[in-house]
Design a protein around this ligand. Sequence first.
Ligand SMILES: Cc1cc2nc3c(=O)[nH]c(=O)nc-3n(C[C@H](O)[C@H](O)[C@H](O)COP(=O)(O)OP(=O)(O)OC[C@H]3O[C@@H](n4cnc5c(N)ncnc54)[C@H](O)[C@@H]3O)c2cc1C
Length: 309
Amino acid sequence: MLRRTFLYLSEQPRVFSFIRGNALARRLASRFVAGETLDTAVAAVRELNGRGIMASLDLLGESVTAADDARAAAATVVQVLERIAAERLDCNVSVKLTQMGLDLGRELCVENMRRILDRGRELGLPVRIDMESSAHTERTLELFERDLLPVYGDGVGIVIQAYLRRSAADIERLIGLKARVRLCKGAYQEPAAVAFPAKADVDRSYGALMEQLLERGHRPAVATHDPALIGRARRFAEAKGIAAERFEFQMLYGIRRDLQEELRRAGYRMRVYVPFGTQWYPYLMRRLAERPANVAFIAGNVIRESLRS
Ligand SMILES: Cc1cc2nc3c(=O)[nH]c(=O)nc-3n(C[C@H](O)[C@H](O)[C@H](O)COP(=O)(O)OP(=O)(O)OC[C@H]3O[C@@H](n4cnc5c(N)ncnc54)[C@H](O)[C@@H]3O)c2cc1C
């Protein structure tokens, strides 16, 4: 019920204008978002790199409604790539196609993505395309496979969500294409016709797809905070003799920092997804939907800190 409420709220932009001015909400967001500017995000990446953890920077923003906004977002992502290169950060970039204008026109989106990927290629920095709601899955994969992967190869990666019923077929095809895949569970509100409603089925799907990717995929990313699945990935890789350099674990900024540290210490490649920017509202709502207890947990911390100061 709470999960559905947060996911509903994540799609209400009017609530955002109210929330953005709210001090408590901003502090809630700061647990999951590395500030509103590139400077604050770069500082977070530097701190992670200092601890031997790689990063992926995400300029928050999605579902843009004007072509100029999509072009402006692409220009900002190019600046992010240039800053990563200038500061020699161990970091790549993640983008959402609806931020690049996917809903406004395929050509606009391809044009924006080429601009980003051309610069990424010049700088030797790969770009990952996040996966959004199922209304965009087919168009995202079609555009990735037809226009981007053949041109940019390893310079561009994609995301597959284990909760979608279609994902087993998608993974099989992407393995054949030698595409770089990040596997996650999936964060959107989806109908039972397209996604498994029960968590047990999502976890089962994740385990099976993860093993396919580890064994036959091309530099896959296991993106989860689920200790059972992470343990299973480690045991599977060990049993099959898959070297730790051939895959990486990924987690979200501010979530399970202890586990991030533990995996790094155990010699695994660990990357943290670092979102930043002013458009943090839908992202925050999806994080709260995953674990509604976060509201109480973070509010408790904020109150404790305020009492101390
Ligand atoms: C690097 C990365 C990139 C992602 N990219 C995408 C994407 O492109 N598209 C997409 O749909 N989804 C994406 N996701 C989100 C993903 O789909 C899940 O919604 C999210 O990771 C929670 O699922 P989980 O695998 O951690 O497992 P869960 O079963 O949800 O959680 C396992 C455990 O992790 C911890 N945990 C999980 N979420 C939280 C939270 N919000 N706060 C505190 N603790 C938490 C808890 O301890 C929980 O018990 C991404 C996730 C990661 C890590």
